[in-house]
Design a protein around this ligand. Structure first.
Ligand SMILES: C[S@@+](CC[C@H](N)C(=O)[O-])C[C@H]1O[C@@H](n2cnc3c(N)ncnc32)[C@H](O)[C@@H]1O
Length: 320
């Protein structure tokens, strides 16, 4: 039986009833992940598979995926539950990245985009692996507030996401990912009209173009309803930016290291199709539970009214 959450703890917890109800979907995920042979292109909708990414990627139909979001284990010795993080030399990590990427490439459409998450240690390896088969477009750096203090080094407080495309003909919707920020200097033009900002309930805002430096994210923690026990869960808001910028409604989004299901959940909330694979059944269960919860509540924290909001800038009811 799952322990009860403290009153303000809104994390996803799996109780006995959840596990019983999800036993059948988990068995389907296991069967999907462990079977061999090519996957039916018509079945690629809302798929969660439990198994090994490399084997699964090779079974995907050719040219079926519009967007690949990959958050592989970083090159650090971290405990992910069943899978440990990796702890290898740079060249070996590059080889590992080339291996799973090579398995995924045939499934990508000519107009597909690829995002790969990493930390500073493996960023160079990921860049080299991507650049040999894809066109690198950018490197996003995001502020990761939860860094641990280090006695003889700078505290690590950021991560990278490499952005690459298969060809020059790719989708990028800059309008969909604008960031609403509070205006510090509300200049007006000669006629007294706001210069490039809007007056809205709660304050004065400017909807700024999304840059490759993201400082508006909160790493999931206990008071956020998206939080699970996965040790390296990504914020839904982060994945929403990738999906909104680089896919259309109905497109197929692939995540080969699904973890607690963030990519699948956000794809579902934003009306995209998804397919994901995760080796650890416990994380698959969390993903399946979150997908159920997305049926009841499709909100994404930090993305409201079609806008991304700077942290703590969204007016709350009864609060200016
Ligand atoms: C960095 S985590 C992904 C976290 C995910 N983005 C989320 O928000 O929950 C990497 C995940 O890859 C899984 N993993 C590692 N090796 C794998 C493999 N060969 N096949 C499938 N999953 C694997 C780990 O169990 C872990 O959950």
């Amino acid at each position: 039986m799952a322990a009860e959450n403290a009153p303000r703890n809104r994390s996803v917890r799996l109780g006995e009833a959840d596990r019983l109800r999800l036993a059948a979907p988990l068995a389907r995920a296991e069967a999907l992940g462990s079977s061999t042979g090519p996957l039916d292109p018509g079945s690629l909708e809302g798929l969660v598979a439990q198994g090994d990414a490399l084997a699964f990627l090779r079974r995907l139909p050719a040219a079926s995926v519009d967007l690949l979001v990959a958050d592989p284990p970083y090159n650090i010795d971290k405990d992910f539950g069943l899978a440990r993080g990796l702890s290898m030399g740079e060249a070996e990590y590059e080889g590992y990245t080339r291996a799973w990427l090579g398995a995924a490439l045939p499934s990508l459409k000519a107009g597909a985009s690829v995002y790969v998450c990493c930390d500073w240690r493996c960023s160079g390896s990921v860049e080299r692996a991507l650049s040999s088969s894809l066109k690198i477009r950018n490197r996003i750096t995001w502020e990761r507030e939860k860094g641990r203090a280090a006695a003889r080094n700078w505290k690590g407080s950021h991560e990278d996401i490499w952005f690459a495309t298969v060809s020059d003909d790719y989708r990028f919707d800059a309008e969909a990912v604008r960031l609403r920020r509070k205006v510090r200097a509300p200049y007006r033009d000669d006629s007294g009209e706001p210069k490039d900002w809007v007056e809205a309930p709660g304050g004065r805002y400017r909807d700024t173009a999304a840059s490759n430096l993201w400082t508006d994210l909160s790493v999931p923690f206990w008071s956020m309803p998206e939080n699970t026990s996965h040790p390296t869960q990504k914020p839904e808001k982060l994945v929403a930016k990738l999906i909104l910028a680089s896919s259309r409604p109905g497109d197929l989004v692939l995540d080969p290291f699904l973890g607690s299901g963030t990519t699948a959940v956000v794809a579902k909330k934003l009306g995209r199709r998804f397919v994901g694979v995760e080796m650890d059944p416990e994380h698959c269960l969390a993903a399946l539970r979150r997908l159920e919860l997305a049926n009841e509540d499709a909100r994404i924290q930090g993305y409201e009214d079609g806008l991304f909001w700077e942290r703590n800038s969204r007016p709350r009811e009864g609060r200016p």
